[in-house]
Design a protein around this ligand. Structure first.
Ligand code: GLN
Ligand code: ZN
Length: 713
């Protein structure tokens, strides 16, 4: 019984790689400086695993940006627009593909399975000339070997690579990505031959696509690929690794019969190994650097550095060396026991309230059309009402105020006054722009999940618990360790302060339970949906307090509802059921006259439209700037449903200011499909990352366009 690690975080315990990359990109340090930081990180990771006693230590899991992009480089599949003319791919071409350069935009990025990691999508077509253009896998193997660590190189397998790609622009619709298999396998052969020559005795091919719902033709591609590689793979142990879910029975048959492959998953040759279930890339790096978490809470957690110790201890125990790890196991048992019995984890009241939800449905009593009528009597809005999604620009000054308040450098009074001033400014601007439903601008929030997590019990925050999101970007998710409750109102003060500054309706602004859940590390001692119901009850309290405080419009953002969708279709229904139920729980208690909005940051939800409708919100605002066509069917469903719909009329991700005509045109197109009485006019998403010099004219044009259309109707 031996230990095996699928992959390890690259960023470093204190995000050393991030800072080295950004300094290099800014021209503040040299390529050599960057390479040195990277080499030091790799070496410390390998040594750390060797010291712990891990038997199968991975290499080539480091990346300057992304492992899929590394594979694109390995295969020489550089899109022509980057002007690469052969030879080993260097930083210039590599980072241009990742981030774009002065004249060419970056390649597209998309989510890596159900994680918050994003990979660079390869762009392939029938004319791509593949060549062996990055020797990184071999170089890293040799580098580790020189340090005295014999690693197993990890490659993204050929079939997963192709299935993760997209056809390049302009490529014929009939083109099949898998048709490129015969063209990329020769490169894989070259790499394997070189690795063998360098002394590698194990090679891991990551084929995570095997856990998806695959048709027979795709499964066949795996069989063909490994049959073709078989002769080259002889003389080396080959492991095909899958992760993020179990493989389907059909895929298992394929996997178990692959030629040239000696092991898969936790079965290496005929030996079972103890392994991580996926790469540790998706977890934080080292708990040792958490200075603000107390010892008890820390004893309940394991980051990557701790997980490798656990894997090793399990392997030892299973290999019969129990005595060696006895102390480790007792400490772990004590930690588990303390967690189980801790009042910090269990809150009887919350458990009871959440349990009481089971089996019952929660829906507002009146249907949406009747509710909208009741709300309209109160709100008296024009047709095509205008609004925004919540945040206004976060200036340097604003960030400073928040930072200094957190660090106790300014008093609470000073802080409150500054935020009030900011709100006053935002309210005044919106009144001048003649927007119908106002927002307070969210100046008190750093992040839409963190802000709520910090005020809810059951959440903890780390100092260094960063997880790579893409490139040099990392996120620091809150940790949900206990039952969630809301000790006191979280947003009522700011929302009612803002409402007191205007006679127009002020939207209360909350983050929904599913989004809070999906953007946190969630406790593993109860099902996710139970944790979600608890958060829903906390948000419900807040919704009702806002209503009591005179807030008549409340937006509950569910930006991340779609991204929590499980990888396998068979699991969609269950997820959507509890996710949507959680959302409804938050607002089931309000009066008909209270208008509930929700906002979602994506538009490709054709497949889950029934669930979106089932959320039973009064108004749904969605991102729309990039994919009008796809939304049409969603709109049609919406018409039947009767709720208000606000498809974004301009893209907030770009600094470009849309003209009145352009926005009016957009609205006209929407009106061709939608009834005018349900259409709202709003930007795509929050304005937090924009400048006032962009926001002011853009919103002014948006309002002008809405007014123009009202005339035309
Ligand atoms: N209300 C949030 C904001 O405007 C919504 C952000 C989001 O959808 N990601 O910033
Ligand atoms: Zn959004």
């Amino acid at each position: 019984m031996a230990s095996h690690i699928v992959g390890y975080p690259r960023m470093g315990p204190k995000r050393e790689l991030k800072f080295a990359l950004e300094s290099f990109w800014d021209g503040k340090s040299s390529a050599e400086d960057l390479k040195k930081v990277a080499a030091d990180l790799r070496s410390s990771i390998w040594k750390q695993m060797a010291d712990v006693g891990i038997k199968y230590i991975p290499s080539n899991t480091f990346s300057y940006y992304d492992q899929v992009l590394d594979t694109t480089a390995m295969l020489g599949a550089v899109p022509p627009r980057y002007g690469w003319n052969g030879g080993e791919i260097g930083f210039d071409v590599y980072f241009s593909m990742a981030r774009g350069n002065a004249s060419v935009p970056a390649m597209e990025m998309t989510k890596w399975f159900d994680t918050n990691y994003h990979y660079i999508v390869p762009e392939l077509g029938p004319d791509v000339k593949f060549s062996y253009a990055s020797h990184k896998a071999v170089d890293e193997y040799k580098e580790a070997k020189a340090l005295g660590v014999d690693t197993f190189p990890v490659l993204i397998g050929p079939v997963s690579y192709l299935l993760l790609s997209k056809p390049a622009k302009g490529v014929d619709k009939s083109f099949s990505l898998l048709s490129l298999l015969p063209k990329i396998l020769p490169i894989y052969k070259e790499v394997v031959t070189e690795l063998k020559g360098a002394g590698a005795s194990w090679i891991q091919f990551d084929e995570p696509l095997l856990i998806m719902d695959l048709d027979a033709q795709k499964l066949q591609a795996f069989t063909e690929a490994y049959s073709e590689l078989e002769s080259t793979l002889s003389g080396v142990n080959v492991v095909v690794e899958t992760y993020f879910a179990d493989v389907t029975p059909e895929a298992y048959k394929t996997l178990a019969s692959l030629k040239g492959v000696t092991g898969y998953g936790s079965l290496l040759a005929d030996k079972l190994v103890v392994s991580t279930s996926c790469s540790l890339l998706h977890t934080a790096v080292d708990l040792a650097n958490e200075t603000k978490l107390d010892a008890e809470l820390k004893s309940w957690l394991a980051f990557a550095a701790q997980k490798i110790v656990e894997v090793n201890a399990l392997a030892k125990a299973l290999a019969g060396q129990k005595d060696e790890v006895h102390a480790f196991f007792s400490a772990n048992a004590a930690a588990q026991a303390s967690r189980k019995s801790s009042p910090r984890v269990t809150n009887e009241g919350v458990q009871k309230a959440a349990a009481a939800l089971k089996g019952s449905d929660h829906r507002r009593a009146t249907n949406v059309s009747a509710r909208l009528d009741a709300q309209q009597k109160k709100l008296n809005l024009p047709i095509l009402p205008t609004t925004t999604i919540g945040s206004f620009p976060q200036t340097v000054e604003l960030r400073r105020v928040r930072r200094e308040y957190k660090a106790n450098k300014i008093s609470e009074e000073e802080y409150v006054n500054s935020i009030k001033e900011e709100i006053r400014k935002v309210v005044k601007l919106q009144e001048e722009l003649d927007i119908d439903v106002l927002v307070h601008g969210e100046p008190e929030r750093n992040d839409m999940v963190e802000y709520f997590g910090e005020q809810l019990s059951g959440f903890a925050f780390t100092v260094n618990g960063w997880v790579q999101s893409y490139g040099s970007r990392c996120v620091k998710p809150p940790i949900i360790y206990g039952d969630v409750s809301r000790p006191k109102p979280m947003t009522v003060f700011w929302s009612s302060t803002a409402q007191s500054m205007t006679s127009r309706p002020m939207k209360g602004m909350l983050t929904g339970p599913v989004t809070i859940l999906n953007w946190s590390f969630v406790r593993n001692d109860q099902p996710r949906h139970e944790t979600c119901y608890q958060i829903a009850l906390a948000i419900k309290d807040e919704v009702e307090d806002l209503e009591k405080a005179g807030i008549n419009v409340i937006q509950i953002d569910e930006a991340a509802l779609r991204e929590g969708l499980p990888l396998r279709k068979s699991e969609h229904e269950f997820y959507l059921k509890w996710a949507v139920h959680s959302f409804r729980i938050t607002n089931v208690g309000v009066q008909d006259t209270t208008q509930i909005h929700t906002h979602m940051c994506y538009s490709n939800f054709n497949d889950i439209i029934h669930s979106i409708i089932d959320m039973d919100a009064d108004v749904i605002t969605i991102e729309n700037s990039r994919s009008d066509e796809k939304l049409l069917s969603v709109f049609r469903e919406g018409v039947k449903y009767g709720a208000g719909i606000g498809p974004g009329v301009y893209d907030i991700h770009s600094p470009r200011i849309p003209s009145t005509e352009e926005i009016a045109d957009r609205i006209r197109k929407m009106l061709a499909v939608l009834e005018s009485n349900i259409l709202w006019v709003n930007p795509d998403c929050g304005l937090k990352t924009r400048k006032y010099s962009e926001v002011q004219p853009a919103l002014s044009n948006m309002v002008a366009a809405a007014k123009q259309l009202r005339q035309e109707l």
